[in-house]
Design a protein around this ligand. Structure first.
Ligand code: TRP
Length: 331
């Protein structure tokens, strides 16, 4: 009788202990993986189709690394090409408590760089990070800035120009005098073009307001127009095309969106790929990697994009071999 009671008490105690263990394990906060919501501030310099694609790519790259839905809060701003907005928005993004800030296009990255020396700054598609004074060394950035660079495949562009339009002798380079990303590109392009026996004349515009008149002057002086990876020209590209309507000089821009909008052909870096790579780099930094030790990811090989429809209108025959190798053909 006594034994039975004892067994009963022990059994009762065992049940109690097990139940309390289960209960406490269910309520233990440490059992849940606590993940804090990542806060990413993004400043896009201006709206044009290429930068819009890069921003899309950034979101896709972040999502691939698990930063999607309610795991991430993106604090997005667009300075609409206005330098004073770049400065105020950069300060806001830093003050908003973001874990990392991202600059799409050179002026945006420069604005963020001057707004903070500690918060990680990620460069999205910055053509010349050194020339723009953003990093000192691409392999070892050292400071609070790293990111993705789109180096223009100028040498391949010169080859394409020679192949498609062998009669072109003088090329006008149309670019913005206020963008640090354009200066080195123009020098590089000029060097390759001259090596290939072409003459390059430069036409720098202070803002979109001077594009129409500059193109009018250019068309009377040059055989073709070349445009680097330049935000001012990209954002007003329809003006370049309409100002060239009568002269109909072949235009060789440096982005797919500009070929689609009336350029003849180019060799370009894929914009969405640039964005995805940027998104993945943001994820790395969110996970604790230091910008100082993260090398800049440079994209420098391009694919050709050919506007076959426009070539036909201009009476230019595109060799079969060029069409076969093209990354994209606009029919
Ligand atoms: N690379 C440019 C910069 O450093 C930004 C950019 C990316 C861009 N893709 C583009 C500009 C396409 C014009 C067209 O500012």
């Amino acid at each position: 009788m006594k034994n039975k009671r004892l067994i009963g008490i022990i059994a009762g105690l065992v049940v109690l202990v097990v139940a309390s263990l289960i209960y406490s394990s269910m309520n233990k906060p440490a059992a849940k993986v606590e993940q804090k919501i990542a806060k990413v501030g993004v400043l896009q310099f201006v709206s044009h189709p290429s930068l819009d694609l890069i921003y899309q790519g950034i979101q896709d790259g972040l999502a691939e690394e698990g930063y999607k839905g309610d795991q991430v809060k993106i604090d997005f701003m667009n300075s609409e090409g206005d330098q004073s907005k770049v400065a105020t928005m950069s300060k806001q993004l830093v003050a908003n408590g973001n874990d990392v800030v991202v600059g799409i296009a050179t002026p945006a990255a420069q604005g963020l760089a001057s707004a903070t020396k500690d918060l990680p700054v990620i460069m999205a598609a910055i053509t010349d990070p050194i020339g723009a004074n953003l990093v000192k060394d691409l392999k070892k950035p050292g400071g609070n800035i790293t990111g993705v660079s789109d180096h223009n495949p100028a040498e391949q562009q010169v080859e394409l120009i020679k192949t498609l339009t062998p009669n072109v002798k003088t090329i006008g380079a149309l670019y913005s005098s206020s963008e640090d990303n354009s200066k080195t590109q123009v020098e590089e392009f000029k060097a390759y073009a001259e090596k290939a026996g072409l003459t390059v004349e430069t036409f720098a515009v202070p803002s979109t307001n001077e594009i129409a008149s500059t193109v009018n002057v250019m068309t009377s002086k040059v055989d073709a127009i070349w445009v680097p990876i330049d935000n001012t020209i990209a954002s007003a590209f329809p003006t370049v095309v309409s100002s060239n309507q009568t002269a109909k000089k072949p235009i060789y821009p440096s982005a797919t969106a500009m070929v689609e909008a009336g350029g003849l052909a180019s060799v370009v870096v894929d914009q969405h790929d640039l964005g995805v790579a940027t998104g993945k780099m943001i994820a790395k930094v969110l996970k604790g990697e230091k910008p100082a030790d993260t090398p800049v990811n440079v994209f420098s090989t391009g694919k050709s994009v050919i506007n076959k429809k426009l070539a036909q209108e201009l009476g230019i025959t595109i060799p079969e071999s060029v069409l076969k190798e093209a990354g994209q053909v606009i029919e």
